[in-house]
Design a protein. Structure first.
Length: 425
């Protein structure tokens, strides 16, 4: 095979995800038709990768420092870049840091600190080359002389080292979907938004608002014509492999220079994990613990929502039998007043069975009268049920995380709740 020849990416690997070829009997097919055939599915796959998965390392690309040779070696790997292309290398790639350093300093792109050290970032980007020359015929508007063309396009990874400012800027991943991150982390919505009736409803609302603000750079204000109207970013769409803070070329004692890299920081690279692993991790979170020692639910009673309110009468139903004698110490109802705050626990006379608790409030809940109902599954006096003859605390509401024999979950309800689902903590 003849050595590959570099080619412009736009000419070598066109993408046109929204154009398909309509074929008819007797239709003559030219080069542009075959380009449409290839550019359609290639463009759809790239759009999917770029927007729904994003640029990240899929596997490999380990980074090794060869100090005496002053080289960085990156092993085989696969990643997807910012334009949705697979960037692959089946062999190791090396970079001569001595030659790179001299070029950067001469060009004024790198200025080491007083101690001679500098920061750099290692990236991989997509490269395409034409290969396998074949005889072709010139276009119909020419004289028809035979010419040479290339019948293969080879895609490969290209390694680059970039100077990094000191101190390093913030990780750009932290700024992605900021409102959604705050809602998941803190439960807060952006200023001016109505308070959502529940966490799931709030998540959907914040996610929808965040997605509304996304788009290709060429379609977002001020809509620059020269930028992409398809992908999240323009060329080169490079993928970060590692940060190398505080590196230096130091004398080796024989007139040469060796490479000193105190830290190879791989944590800055974005990574894809398989979807089966994501399913496993979600299962771990739902279970509440990690590893083979994850406890199963201990079988404690649970509140079967909704907690019913009729006038001033409250009814709480349970999925399993409860120990009736534990209800008085586990049930706590308080009234809220703007002037005085929360009252002392109200004196109640609940009607209790093994499956239900019913009690009357002093007055029906209104916009001016608010109550907080607490059923303890934690602390020294939780509501319990019997499992194998032993007390097991209230495990929360139906569908909540598992409870253990030693630690249950409180159930809290505000009355009136305005449609807010039962909380547990």
């Amino acid at each position: 095979m003849t050595a590959p020849r570099p080619a412009p990416l736009a000419a070598a690997l066109e993408v046109d995800p929204f154009t398909s070829l309509a074929v008819h009997f007797g239709m003559l097919l030219g080069v542009s038709d075959f380009q449409v055939l290839a550019a359609g599915p290639r463009g759809k796959a790239a759009l999917h990768q770029a927007w729904l998965h994003g640029k990240a390392v899929v596997w490999g690309f380990p980074v090794t420092v060869h100090a005496e040779r002053a080289e960085l070696e990156v092993g085989p790997g696969l990643c997807t870049d910012g334009l949705g292309r697979e960037v692959s290398s089946a062999v190791g790639m090396c970079l001569d840091v001595r030659a790179w350093f001299d070029e950067q300093v001469a060009a004024g792109a790198l200025e080491p600190r007083n101690d001679g050290r500098f920061d750099a970032r290692l990236v991989a980007r997509h490269e395409a080359c034409l290969s396998r020359p074949v005889p072709t015929v010139a276009s119909s508007c020419g004289q028809g002389e035979p010419t040479a063309g290339y019948s293969r396009v080879l895609e490969l990874a290209h390694l680059e080292l970039r100077p990094r400012p000191f101190p390093a800027p913030d990780d750009d991943r932290d700024a992605a979907f900021p409102a959604l991150r705050r809602y998941v982390r803190d439960g807060t919505v952006p200023p001016g938004w109505p308070h959502p009736p529940g966490r799931l409803t709030g998540f959907r609302a914040v996610a929808a608002r965040e997605v509304c603000g996304l788009g290709p750079p060429g379609l977002l204000p001020p809509r620059p014509e020269q930028q992409t109207r398809l992908f999240p970013e323009d060329e080169p769409g490079e993928v970060v492999l590692a940060d190398l803070p505080g590196m230096a070329l130091v004398p080796d004692g024989s007139g040469g220079r060796r490479l000193d890299v105190p830290v190879v920081d791989l944590s800055v690279r974005r990574c894809h994990v398989p979807t089966w692993l994501l399913s496993e991790l979600i299962g771990e979170l739902l279970d509440g613990t990690f590893g083979e020692l994850c406890p199963a639910d201990a079988g404690g009673p649970r509140v079967d929502p909704p907690i019913e309110l009729s006038g001033r009468t409250v009814t709480i139903r349970f999925t399993g039998p409860i120990v009736v004698s534990t209800v008085p110490q586990a049930l706590d109802v308080r009234r809220f007043d703007v002037q005085d705050g929360w009252s002392d626990p109200l004196e109640l006379t609940p009607e209790v069975t093994a499956e239900r608790v019913t009690f009357d409030l002093p007055a029906p809940p209104t916009d001016e009268v608010t109550y907080r109902v607490l059923l303890r599954g934690t602390g020294p006096t939780p509501l319990v049920g019997l499992v194998d003859g032993r007390p097991v605390p209230l495990a929360g509401v139906v569908g909540g995380p598992p409870g253990t024999r030693g630690q249950g979950t409180d159930v809290v309800r505000r009355l009136p709740d305005r449609g807010v689902p039962d909380d547990q903590h």
